[in-house]
Structure formats: structure tokens, C-alpha cells
Design a binder for this molecule. Structure first.
Ligand code: SER
Length: 319
């Protein structure tokens, strides 16, 4: 990578870890973190930070043009549960920022864009198991509708204007570096904090609900490998399926109990259960494997192990 890169939405669950890994690989000064927060979080203080509101199209355009930015990772978004509470704002935030960045690339100001999609693009009419890359997609959430629309626009800008935009349909992401916010899959992160803090957890997803998940390190590696893949190898310009591991809250609990034997879980499904019910249970990512040699590494036992060792409950207080 030669020119500078900006990560927009750098303070979120993915952004925090992506910035650090990109800086490790490319040098701290090359990777600019940006978010709507006034000040840079301590974890990202090893490199540049700029406050940007992705909805302020002019400021984003000026910053990117004036600073000769070549690549953008656009992560600012409302996730599934929050967007259901604020549908209009969810749609606005998730779409307008994407157009700002796609247009900059169309005008020749950017070389490459990464934009995340999600398993939320699928819906109740999608085959639930081993969900194929190309299939029925009738999402029922604002978040899912925005991600599916975004995917179609990414492909459109690639085909019509040659914009090099790349995307992954992330499954639920599990990490300890920073807290997730507003997602349906967040239970699979919360559970570790509560297991350590209280030894018990009230789960908002029912015990038998399978959802596809992935450990963050794998997700970051997938993101960077996709961005580094030769453009000619990529046959998908909407968004690639990414599989990971599928499990239920009950299965996750059993594995946590191997380390914290008196950990207990109770179930109180809320509106997020209805969202989860419309999503796939497992994902077929054979096209990603074929096109850019994707291979996941973490299995469930390893993921639980690393989470229990590293989750820091003081993060809960700092939020
Ligand atoms: N993890 C996200 C959510 O639950 C899905 O992309 O909203």
C-alpha cells in the first residue's frame, strides 16, 4: 500500500482493531482513524485521528481530497437493533456516507474502498443453512435493507464507473478490544463480560438459535486479504459471503462452563430474537475461498478461550 488510508467509524468494534492492524502492517502515520467522537480513544493514539461526521459530505470530501487519501474503509453505520429503533436515521446514515465515498472514487479521488455488508442482507425467505452467495434476499430490517441496497450500489459503481469497491457480508463479530453496539449478535460478546463479572447472563436470544459468528482476528484478516487480492480475481462486486462458526447460546454456554463451571444463563428473548429468526444459521463462503483463498482459522473452543482470557470488564465502565 503506498498512499494514505482513512478508516471512517474507527472507534467502533471493527474499526478499533482494523486501524491497529493496518498500522502494524503499513506504518502508524499511513492510517488515519476518524470518527464522530471529539477526541481519539487511547487505544488509537499511536497514529493520526480526525473528527469527521460521515453525514457532513463536504467536510469528508475536502479532507479526503486535501490529504491525498487513496483508500477508505467506511465503517460508520447503525447496526440492526439500533436501526430498528431509529429507522429513518439508520437508512440515512448507512446510505449517505456510502454515496459520498463512492462518488469520490468515481471522480478519481480514491483508488480503493472497503464497505462492510452483513448476514442481515438475508431474510426469512432465504435458505437458512449453508446460505449460498447468490440466493433469495428479502431482508426485513432497516439495517438489512440498507446493506442490501448498498451492495447493489457498490456493484453498480464498479460496473458503470470502474470503482474498485470491495465488501464482505460479516457474520456476528466477537472481540474483546472494544464493545459492540446495537447489534443482534452482540449477545455472543456480552455473555463473556457477564460470565466474568457476575457468573450469570440473561440472554436476549433464545437457547436454540443458531447464528453465524466469527472471531475478530479472522474478520480483520479477511478484510485485509480481500483488499489485497488482485482485482482480476474478484468475481463478486456486491459483497462476499463470509462463513465463520455457527452456534447457539446453549452451545456457547456449555463451552464457557468448561472454564467457569458455575456460570449460569437464563433466556429472555426480546425484539432482537425476531431479527435473528430471519437470518441464516450458517453461511457458504466457497466463492470467497475460491476467489481470494479465504480460510478461517478460529474454532469455537479457541474463540471462547481467547475471550475468557482477554475480556476486560473495566471496558464496561468506560463506555
Ligand atoms: N452483527 C450485526 C448485527 O447484529 C450484523 O451485521 O446487527
Amino acid at each position: 500500500m503506498s498512499g494514505k488510508t482513512i478508516v471512517i467509524g474507527a472507534c467502533g468494534q471493527i474499526g478499533t482493531e482494523l486501524v491497529l492492524e493496518l498500522r502494524r502492517r503499513n506504518g502508524d502515520e499511513q492510517i488515519i482513524a476518524s470518527d464522530i467522537r471529539e477526541t481519539c480513544p487511547v487505544t488509537l493514539e499511536n497514529g493520526p485521528y480526525i473528527k469527521l461526521d460521515v453525514l457532513d459530505r463536504e467536510s469528508v470530501r475536502n479532507y479526503i481530497i486535501d490529504n491525498d487519501i487513496e483508500q477508505v474503509y467506511l465503517l460508520a453505520a447503525l447496526l440492526s437493533a439500533t436501526a430498528e429503533k431509529h429507522p429513518e436515521f439508520g437508512w440515512k446514515l448507512n446510505m449517505e456516507g456510502l454515496f459520498t465515498i463512492l462518488d469520490l472514487a468515481k471522480e478519481g479521488h480514491l483508488k480503493k474502498i472497503f464497505w462492510p455488508s452483513s448476514i442481515a442482507v438475508f431474510g426469512p425467505s432465504t435458505p437458512k443453512n449453508n446460505t449460498p452467495q447468490v440466493t433469495v434476499m428479502e431482508p426485513t430490517t432497516v439495517y438489512g435493507i440498507s446493506k442490501l441496497s448498498g451492495e447493489r450500489w457498490c456493484e453498480y459503481y464498479f460496473k458503470q464507473y470502474g470503482v474498485d469497491v470491495r465488501s464482505l457480508r460479516y457474520p456476528g463479530l466477537i472481540s474483546f478490544g472494544s464493545l459492540p453496539g446495537g447489534g443482534t449478535t452482540d449477545y455472543a460478546v456480552d455473555i463473556f463480560y457477564q460470565a466474568k463479572l457476575k457468573g450469570e447472563y440473561e440472554c436476549f436470544i433464545s437457547e436454540e438459535t443458531y447464528l453465524p459468528m466469527m472471531y475478530m482476528e479472522d474478520a480483520i484478516r479477511a478484510t485485509i486479504e480481500l483488499m489485497e487480492a488482485p482485482a482480476d480475481n474478484l468475481t463478486i462486486r456486491s459483497s462476499y459471503n463470509l462463513g465463520g462458526i455457527s452456534f447457539t447460546p446453549k452451545e456457547l454456554t456449555k463451552i464457557i462452563q468448561k472454564t467457569i463451571s458455575d456460570f449460569s444463563i437464563s433466556y429472555k428473548p426480546d425484539f432482537r430474537q425476531k431479527i435473528a429468526d430471519t437470518w441464516p444459521e450458517s453461511i457458504d463462503d466457497s466463492v470467497a475461498k475460491r476467489d481470494w483463498n479465504w480460510k478461517e482459522s478460529y474454532r469455537l473452543e479457541e474463540l471462547v478461550d481467547v475471550m475468557l482470557k482477554n475480556v476486560n470488564i473495566s471496558l464496561l465502565e468506560s463506555e
